[in-house]
Design a protein around this ligand. Structure first.
Ligand code: IMP
Ligand code: MG
Length: 333
């Protein structure tokens, strides 16, 4: 039985959705629980020729045998959730914790009116977390439309652990957006590291076996705030890298890999493994599943990350499709 947390090492948008999609099809975890702030996150997964940008439903929906959960620490916007349930057809295997706090329309309006300085996603997450701290938030148990999905996520996870099933926790956002460890005040409304992701779904620190920290080969950031290794938009364009946010459609700022930040993110998350994504876009080569097929400079980059961060790189994403993945875990497990 293995409990794994997937967390973001930069400013979100590291490709956690793709990694969770891959792990759910490859490893067949019994349960995948979504953690993190809420529908401010957009996790993208390409499956069956279709692109899904999911803000609430775990990306593990691609494995029809996975039970899908949303932990009590994660905010739920019922409208966003119900739309995704329809789009993915996952309703029969989805569970929403009774204690998830609810994003109301007024939270969205307040966020849009006041979030400009930080460049928030305008999805109501900050104001909803404020309401929760004030002990004024409505909980999922009080929302009639959510009744078919209500469950006790911590209890479900612990029952599954007793039965010996593997558990995957799908974190959202990234280290630099953490309210505690990130670039305050240009951060999200909660801590985003593995400890809080565990708490979001009701797991204790001693129950977690693996923390898989995800880095994009070139970090990106949407919204305002410090970005020490940022490059100009023109330089990014010359490298062929132009990206837009999944949730807001805003153009992402682009930078060079920040080894110092990666090391600190790894330290504070307690990372046991690293995943590197979008390496094909930085070094420009076609998708492959074999390390030997990587261009030599890409191989050197992977080794440099391992050496400087001091944690093994176990997964390398070389294309958008779930199976465009180099899996170096064999022999480690
Ligand atoms: P908020 O979380 O909407 O309050 O936004 C606060 C900051 O976090 C802004 O810079 C957002 O762009 C950023 N942010 C929040 N969630 C994500 C995410 O999932 N990916 C990328 N940036 C995010
Ligand atoms: Mg995203």
């Amino acid at each position: 039985m293995v409990v794994t947390i997937v967390a973001g090492g930069q400013w979100g948008d590291e490709g956690k959705g793709k990694i969770v999609g891959y792990l759910s099809l490859k490893d067949h975890p019994a349960v995948v629980a979504r953690a993190g702030v809420g529908p401010n996150a957009g996790h993208t997964v390409y499956f069956g020729g279709k692109r899904y940008g999911l803000r609430q439903v775990p990306c593990a929906f691609v494995n029809e045998k996975c039970r899908l959960l949303i932990g009590p620490g994660t905010l739920v916007d019922p409208q966003v959730l119900l739309k995704e349930v329809e789009e993915t057809g996952c309703g029969a295997r989805l569970g929403v914790d009774r204690n998830c706090a609810i994003i109301e329309q007024r939270h969205v309006e307040e966020d849009r009116a006041t979030g400009g300085k930080i460049g928030t996603t305008g999805t109501g997450c900050g104001p909803a977390n404020v309401a929760r701290v004030r002990r004024e938030a409505r909980l999922a148990s009080e929302v009639p439309e959510l009744r078919p999905f209500l469950t006790d996520v911590p209890l479900e996870l612990h029952r599954m652990m007793e039965k010996g099933g593997d558990i995957l926790v799908e974190g959202s956002q990234g280290f630099g957006l953490s309210l505690i460890h990130g670039t305050y005040p240009f951060v999200t409304s909660k801590d985003t590291t593995a400890s809080t992701l565990a708490a979001d779904v009701g797991l204790g620190p001693t129950e977690v076996d693996e923390v898989l920290l995800v880095f994009k080969a070139y970090p990106t950031r949407v919204g305002n705030g410090p970005f020490p290794t940022e490059i100009s938009q023109e330089e990014a364009e010359r490298m062929g890298i132009v990206e837009h946010g999944t949730v807001t459609g805003r153009r992402r700022r682009v930078g060079k890999f920040d080894f110092e930040m990666a090391k600190r993110a790894s330290m504070i998350n307690g990372a046991t493994q690293l995943a590197l994504t979008c390496i094909d876009r930085l070094f420009r080569f076609p998708p492959t599943r074999r390390f030997e097929n990587l261009p030599s400079e890409a191989q050197r980059f992977v080794r440099e990350v391992e050496e400087k961060v001091g944690v093994p790189v176990t997964l390398i994403s070389t294309g958008p499709d779930i199976w465009d993945t180099i899996d170096l875990r064999e022999g480690r497990r």
